[in-house]
Design a protein around this ligand. Sequence first.
Ligand code: PHE
Length: 386
Amino acid sequence: MISRLKQIIGVVGAAALLVFTGCKPSGDNANATTIKVGEFASLTGSEASFGRSSHNGTLLAIEDINAAGGALGKKFELLYEDDQSKDGESATAVKKLISRDKVVAILGEVASGRSLEAAPICQQFKIPQISPSSTNPKVTQMGDYIFRVCFEDRFQGGVVLAKFALQSLKAKHVAILTDVSAPYSAGLTTYFKEQFIAGGGTVVAEQKFTKDDKDFKAQLTAIKSLNPDAIFLPIYYGPATLIALQARELGFTVPLFGGDGWEAPELVQGPGAAAALEGCFFSTHFAPDQDSPEAKAFVKKYEAKFSATPDAMAALGYDSALVLADAIKRAGSTEGSKIRAALAATKDFDGATGKMTLDENRNARKPAVILEIKGGKFVYRETVNP
Ligand code: PHE
């Protein structure tokens, strides 16, 4: 069961009015006293770090939007559901948000697999969905109501990581370990392989596992005799830490590298984790020391509110809500088809993660950053432009 989490931001006055007048929100968006936005996120479970970060960014954006007067003379109200990082729960969450809560748009998810699960429902109900950070190409191919405010894995795997492995790591022979239960992982493997091989690299081994596996010794032992120059782990942070620990135990000294799925404080927490990942790399969407007025303002507000430095999920969660509010203002309406059309016309929008133009396939073209793990910290190394 999904635990019901509901938060009303900046609408205390409106809620009090409802109580005193006895009016009920009608579910007819034009008559609603607030603009209801739905969010589904992995607030608990195996990728809780992603969901919590993205959710904090989204909360901050809703506060900012309301402080600036909201849109169409109304404040925004964020209704959110925890999908617990579990298969099946995203569909349930999004159905509830649309049918029961009558939200005008959906924000979410971080993980591609869960965005893919929700997309057919949003498309069917003609409720625009904006994924902050799902990078698998299939996500926005689910229909013309599905958008994302981040780059996709043809860029992250095929351009950023393939080039990084060949040119920066000077790795000619790479082994890959894929989580075949995550569309994100399978996709990133495919796009990396194509371009790494085209650039002269050799994939010496392709090993697989599935979500919740904890022992990777068999896969790592199979790779060992093939002497890879580096190991590519296009997977989420949980198994990435375990694989790093087990690889070092088996005597691997080569660098490990991954994509945005590595980005969580948990990656380097626990005994030996930071040491096992020292000198390893991953690509992601945002570095907090990024040099733009929007990034600086966002980092400052985020640190003040959450006493933590924002990561890519936080920044993209923030941007997803800002892009939505901007579209609603331009649409002059909360009708799904009108928001959709305005979102599709998003051009040069300055967000915390950079300038965003949504292309004809509802994707954003943006640079990626490479971070290096040094002394248990994620340190900016380079920016790769599309
Ligand atoms: N891009 C990952 C996916 O599509 C999710 C992710 C985004 C993880 C940003 C970390 C940071 O599944």
